[in-house]
Design a protein around this ligand. Structure first.
Ligand SMILES: [Zn+2]
Length: 121
């Protein structure tokens, strides 16, 4: 329960604080842009089943893979275009949020190894 609340709080509410930090004047518009970065989860549609409780997204789904995650962080740091950089910040924070969820799963499962939780890595 706390894990789910934390996960959705970070995905939907906390990004409002990031938007406010990013631009105090236009934070509502930027919050919507950050909310739109949730679309990165469309890669779940490629998985079977599409939704599986207890499955770690990091390393499993294409847009959550170790090949693209560094690009989100590099983009968040180096891209100068304000909107594109915000999208990259949103994607990087999305990965942090999902990663926290995976660590939480690992901590709750007594018999799981990290290799089982982070299947794709
Ligand atoms: Zn995700």
């Amino acid at each position: 329960m706390l894990q789910t609340l934390t996960h959705y709080f970070l995905h939907f509410i906390f990004i409002g604080a990031i938007a406010y930090w990013y631009d105090k004047t236009n934070w509502k518009k930027y919050w919507l842009i950050l909310l739109a970065t949730m679309l990165v989860d469309v890669d779940h549609l490629l998985a079977t089943p599409i939704f599986q409780p207890g499955r770690c997204s990091i390393g499993f789904h294409v847009l959550h893979s170790e090949y693209v995650i560094p690009l989100y962080f590099l983009g968040a740091i180096f891209i100068r275009h304000k909107i594109i950089r915000l999208v990259m910040i949103g994607l990087a924070f999305h990965m942090i949020t999902d990663f926290i969820d995976c660590l939480w799963m690992l901590s709750k499962c007594e018999t799981c190894s990290a290799a089982e939780i982070f299947q794709g890595l």
